[in-house]
Write a protein that binds this ligand. Structure first.
Ligand SMILES: C[S@@+](CC[C@H](N)C(=O)[O-])C[C@H]1O[C@@H](n2cnc3c(N)ncnc32)[C@H](O)[C@@H]1O
Length: 236
């Protein structure tokens, strides 16, 4: 049976839309800052994990720089795995049915995936699956675009009409998320935290990046609800 995900995601291409004329340095600045923040947070957690599952790993994103840990990358889109990091054990499957035994992994990580799953299924499904495969005290971490950032708002507006792929590139079935949507399905976990991650965006001009860079600590403290990306971490 073909799932919604395998149909929606097969032509996914980031930043290949007709209106996307983002200068390369804007793009690189926003993404490198974002990836650095993730690595700072995740390397710490990954260091204590023997088995880690990265869901929707695609061609990019965080891979721990830890020797000795087993890192498994899964994605529904076979084409996306062709260029995936070779340090990972790769599996083609959906986040809705993770092929791991109950209580068998230390860490489940979603990077920019749940907002794709939102168009395919109830978000309680991947969270329940993560909870099932995690060992007691295991962690689930997700990093997702925030609906209250202007880019998150625009994404959802365009995808009311399934137009995001043709305008900016991406998927016509991805939708930014609210903190509520990310945390309500976490009731099966014993505790969770929410952190604003970055206020940049690849389509912001350089002067705005510089402004944000200088005030990021202030923005995180007083305007956390409007971050570009939000990180949610939960403990089983
Ligand atoms: C925006 S990309 C993120 C890729 C990578 N994690 C990163 O941070 O660059 C979203 C990924 O989720 C994958 N995906 C979408 N639906 C999925 C599903 N149901 N199960 C597993 N992966 C899925 C897509 O194929 C795609 O590779």
């Amino acid at each position: 049976m073909t799932s919604k995900g395998s149909v929606y995601e097969q032509d996914f291409q980031y930043s290949k839309g007709s209106l996307d004329v983002t200068p390369r340095d804007w793009f690189l600045l926003a993404w490198s800052h974002f990836r650095r923040e993730i690595a700072l947070y995740m390397n710490q957690i990954a260091r204590n994990s023997r088995v880690m599952v990265i869901v929707g790993v695609g061609e990019g994103g965080f891979v721990p720089d830890v020797v000795g840990a087993q890192a498994i990358g899964i994605d529904i889109n076979r084409k996306a795995l062709v260029n995936a990091d070779r340090r990972l054990d790769l599996i083609v499957c959906s986040a809705s049915h993770l092929p791991m035994r109950d209580n068998s992994v230390d860490l489940v990580y979603f990077e920019l995936v749940l907002h794709h799953l939102k168009g395919q299924m109830d978000l309680a499904v991947p969270f329940t699956e993560s909870h099932r495969i995690l060992m007691p005290n295991g962690r689930m971490v997700a990093v997702e675009p925030n609906r209250l950032h202007p880019s998150g708002f625009l994404l959802n507006l365009l995808n009311v009409f399934h137009l995001y792929a043709s305008v900016f590139g991406g998927s016509n079935y991805e939708y930014s998320l609210t903190t509520k949507e990310l945390t309500i399905p976490l009731s099966c976990f014993s505790g969770f935290e929410v952190k604003p991650l970055s206020f940049h965006h690849p389509r912001f001009p350089l002067f705005l990046h510089n402004y944000i860079m200088k005030r990021e600590a202030f923005l995180k403290k007083h305007f956390s609800s409007f971050a570009w990306m939000v990180l949610v971490a939960a403990v089983k």
